[in-house]
Design a protein around this ligand. Structure first.
Ligand code: SIN
Length: 488
């Protein structure tokens, strides 16, 4: 089916407590490249979400009491299976999400890398001993799994956004329930199938798929048995989920929206900057939180940069991600195209100039042409909003102070990029940008070894890296007393 080697990876029901749970109704998962239905999937809701939380609660004690090595070995099997099935998983991902196959295969490797990383990192969940102010006491700190973790994940990275949360949680000894976006449940279910084959015990990794986002979200954010909630998605939705979590004082980590500046200073290697901007902006048709959102170019090199950038972007081929030679797939929906088009239209009304694209592609309602706007001001809608589409607004600047002020003039603080050669500029700008992640002469910054996360209204917590376990553990302080020296 659909050119898969292993049709058993295409699942149509939620995976709860090691069982595939058929429901009463179904919903269609469709291919954004052509609107065709891929599969009818059982529609889970509030009751099934509660069942998943209970399953995770029941599985917690056994999982938590396993040694980090035992958990790591099971996770390592899961990683091996993901990589062994990379091309099928990539195909499923492209079918439901739209990104080109090469990118989808890249996402599978990226997601699997978190499982591999945390399978090892779980072994290094070190505690601490602290010199005590009292001679008869000792202070010891241990880190323990926080408990049941609930997650809501987005459609733009249907595999990797689950993998980097689940792997950290499971390595720390937590059990996990995820509700993936209803547009892209198939990648999550394929991960569950492989978790089962890897021997991950029932109830440790649960996937509930359904269209009742509000109801299922309410269970995951308010259920007393959920200790920690984690979300990747928009800042607007994140804020309301945080407030729901407040009712039971859950630990939360949030990976929310971005408005990444991409700054090209006058001493930059312009060709390298163009390559970086191309990757950072047009990956996943611009539907990435860390995507370049505004390109700031020093006025002295603006003409050269713009000319070369337009030529490079014009060379991108748009189409069905399953087809050979396609660089940009469809957007997730016609509505997403409309939203991008409105931002472009309003900014053109305010004086921006379309240097390339600026409209839908002839391939269909879900396709938006790779676009470049010049003459953009930082206050225009295309610069002040998260675009989440394949549009590059170019803004010129005079000096470092001006560009830093413009770059930081946003409530977001996820990723930023800049290209420069002067070491003084590099340090000042890296320190001055109010963002959680900075690409310096580099357009692609995400990997399992690095701490991914934002500041300001882009969220809190870090995913991946040695810091990634912190969000899934509680620090427990042991005060050992009664150690007075006895007179001999
Ligand atoms: C995202 O869009 O939130 C994830 C991007 C990444 O992991 O690189």
């Amino acid at each position: 089916m659909y050119g898969l080697t292993d049709n058993e990876l295409l699942k149509s029901a939620s995976y709860i407590n090691g069982q595939w749970l058929e429901g009463k109704t179904t919903f269609d998962v469709s291919n954004p490249a052509n609107g065709e239905t891929i599969l009818a999937v059982n529609n889970a809701g509030v009751e099934e979400t509660k069942l998943a939380v209970t399953a995770a609660k029941n599985a917690l004690q056994d999982w938590k009491l396993k040694s980090a090595n035992e958990r790591g070995q099971l996770m390592r099997k899961w990683f091996d299976l993901m990589m062994a099935n990379q091309s099928d998983l990539g195909r499923i991902l492209t079918l439901e999400q739209g990104k080109p196959l090469a990118e989808a295969n890249g996402e599978i490797a990226y997601g699997a890398a978190f499982v591999d990383w945390f399978a090892e990192e779980g072994k290094r969940l070190y505690g601490d001993t602290i010199p005590s102010p009292s001679a008869d006491k000792r202070i010891v700190v241990i880190k323990q799994a926080i408990g049941v973790v609930a997650a809501i994940t987005p459609w733009n990275f249907p595999n990797a956004m689950i993998a980097r949360k689940a792997a950290a949680a499971m390595a720390a000894g937590c059990t996990f329930v995820v509700r993936p976006a209803s547009q892209t449940p198939l990648s999550a279910l394929a991960m569950a199938e492989l978790a089962e084959r890897a021997g991950i015990p029932a109830g440790v990794f649960n996937v509930v798929v359904g269209t009742n986002a509000r109801g299922m979200g309410e269970v995951l954010t308010t259920h007393p048995d959920v200790a920690k909630f984690t979300f990747t998605g928009s800042t607007e939705v994140g804020k309301s989920l945080i407030s729901q979590c407040a009712t039971t004082v859950k630990k939360v980590s949030m990976e929310l929206g971005g408005n990444a500046p991409f700054i090209v200073f006058d001493d930059a290697d312009v060709d390298a900057a163009i390559e970086g901007a191309l990757l950072s902006k047009y990956r996943n048709a611009g539907q990435t939180c860390v995507c370049t959102n505004r390109i700031f170019v020093h006025e002295s090199i603006a003409e050269e940069f713009t000319q070369k950038f337009v030529a490079a972007v014009a060379g991108l081929t748009m189409g069905d991600g399953l087809k050979e030679g396609v660089h940009i797939g469809p957007m997730i929906s016609a509505q997403a195209c409309n939203d991008v088009d409105k931002l472009v239209e309003k900014s053109v009304e305010e004086g921006a100039v379309v240097a390339l694209g600026g409209q839908r592609g002839e391939q269909g309602d879900n396709y938006y042409l790779p676009t470049i706007l010049t003459g953009v001001k930082n206050s225009m809608p295309i610069a002040s909003n998260e675009i989440f589409g394949p549009v590059s607004p170019i803004i010129t600047f005079k000096d470092e102070e001006e560009v830093l002020a413009m770059a930081n003039d946003t409530e977001f603080g996820l990723a930023a990029y800049f290209y420069a050669r002067d070491i003084g500029t590099i340090w000042r700008v890296a320190e001055g940008l109010e963002y959680g992640m900075i690409g310096i002469n580099e357009g692609i910054i995400s990997n399992a070894a690095a701490p991914f996360g934002g500041v300001k209204q882009s969220g809190n917590g870090r995913e991946g890296s040695k810091y990634g376990l912190d969000d899934y553990v509680e620090i427990k302080y042991l005060c050992m007393g009664g150690l007075e020296r006895k007179a001999s």
